[in-house]
Design a protein around this ligand. Structure first.
Ligand code: AMP
Ligand code: TRP
Length: 342
């Protein structure tokens, strides 16, 4: 992937639209911590304005913002080394998004699969925000002049659009202003699927709680959900080739590999020819061991919302000091008067 000695500016975000899942941990938070620990400049954001693109009950939204912040911290994000904040406290995101809305084309937005999935059949009734969501996502990233964006595989298309927006802006204004970002989507498993259906992604907004493992689940809940996870009637495959057409086996083995920090090949070696029941019981043990310290730290943090708000507030100040000059420079480039905000 990247040259490990290269200094990268990382940006990523997670929506506060429910309880964070094992997929958010394995494909996002865990990676965010690794990048922080490798010494990169990291900006991590609870993207509350994105969550609003579908209806959120106000009290639930406020709780979800603090819950997501607690998950970042419990997973190992250090608010001294990384900038951690919530999006709505830094108005430069929404302001740059407007300008990027005027750069992006209707046709580009219309191709986004996340919009099609979330809007469903009744597209006329989806919010305008849900449609323009990728411009705000591009603004999140570009307002920091971030160079690299770690995400799960489901966000790949949005990052390609961010690149297109940056390229078009640079071309329209004949400048090399916004960096053309590189996605960081690494590893053998970049998408975790629902425990009820190996062809759909695990999501915090899925109607069935049995489809996912939440970061706040107890050991008993984790055990029950894994026990009930969909399987198939055959012994587990022992090679990558035999995984074809067996999405549930691939998903559970992939989750095991990520939790154990091992390769798919060694997990296939270990479980090939065994029954699902054995994988499920070892997976439960491993998932509980990894998630227990995270969920207990989240619980501790949840009891102190004032402290969480303080951390987010000071993160927002630091984020503003990076974002505001980029926004003002953008205003200047496009021909707006620079504002004289303090
Ligand atoms: P979201 O929960 O949609 O705000 O996503 C936050 C981060 O978690 C993004 O980097 C997503 O790509 C990642 N993510 C969410 N769901 C999954 C999934 N089922 N598999 C892999 N990554 C995911
Ligand atoms: N769209 C992302 C998701 O649903 C969340 C997000 C918003 C994001 N802005 C971002 C991710 C900027 C990476 C960078 O998961």
């Amino acid at each position: 992937m990247n040259n490990p000695t290269e200094k990268m500016r990382i940006f990523s975000g997670i929506q506060p639209s429910g309880i964070l899942t094992l997929a958010n941990y394995l494909c996002a938070l865990k990676r965010f911590v690794e990048l922080q620990d490798a010494g990169h400049e990291c900006v991590y954001c609870v993207v509350d304005l994105h969550a609003m693109t579908v209806w959120q009950e106000p009290v639930a939204l406020r709780n979800a913002i603090r819950h997501a912040a607690a998950a970042f911290l419990a997973a190992g994000i250090d608010p001294q080394r990384s900038i951690l904040f919530n999006q709505s406290q830094v108005p430069a995101h929404a302001e740059l998004a407007w300008i990027l809305n005027c750069v992006a084309r209707m046709g580009w937005m219309g191709r986004m699969t996340q919009f099609k999935e979330k809007a469903g059949k009744d597209r006329e009734n989806a919010s305008v925000g849900l449609f323009t969501y990728p411009s705000l996502m591009a603004a999140d990233i570009l307002v920091y002049h971030a160079t690299h964006v770690p995400v799960g595989d489901d966000q790949k298309q949005h990052l390609e659009l961010t690149r297109d927006i940056a390229i078009k802006f640079n071309h329209d204004y004949r400048l090399d202003f916004f960096p053309v970002i590189e996605p960081i989507i690494e590893g053998e498993t970049t998408r975790i699927m629902s425990l009820r259906d190996g062809t759909r992604k695990m999501s915090k907004s899925d109607a069935s709680d049995y489809s996912r493992i939440n970061l706040t689940d107890t050991a008993e809940q984790i055990a029950k959900k894994i026990r009930r996870a969909r399987s198939d009637p055959h012994p587990l495959p022992g090679s990558e080739f035999e995984l074809t057409g067996r999405p549930e086996a691939r998903n559970l083995l992939g989750i095991y590999a990520l939790l154990a920090n091992s390769s798919m090949e060694s997990v296939l070696d270990r479980f090939g020819g065994k029954m699902f029941s054995q994988l499920k019981s070892e997976l439960t043990e491993l998932a509980v061991a990894v998630l227990e310290p995270i969920s207990s730290e989240m619980k501790r943090l949840a009891d102190d919302p004032t402290e969480l708000d303080r951390i987010l507030g000071s993160g927002a100040e630091r984020a503003t000091s990076v974002a505001e000059p980029v926004l003002q420079k953008t205003y200047d480039i496009v021909g707006l008067l620079q504002s004289r905000r303090p």
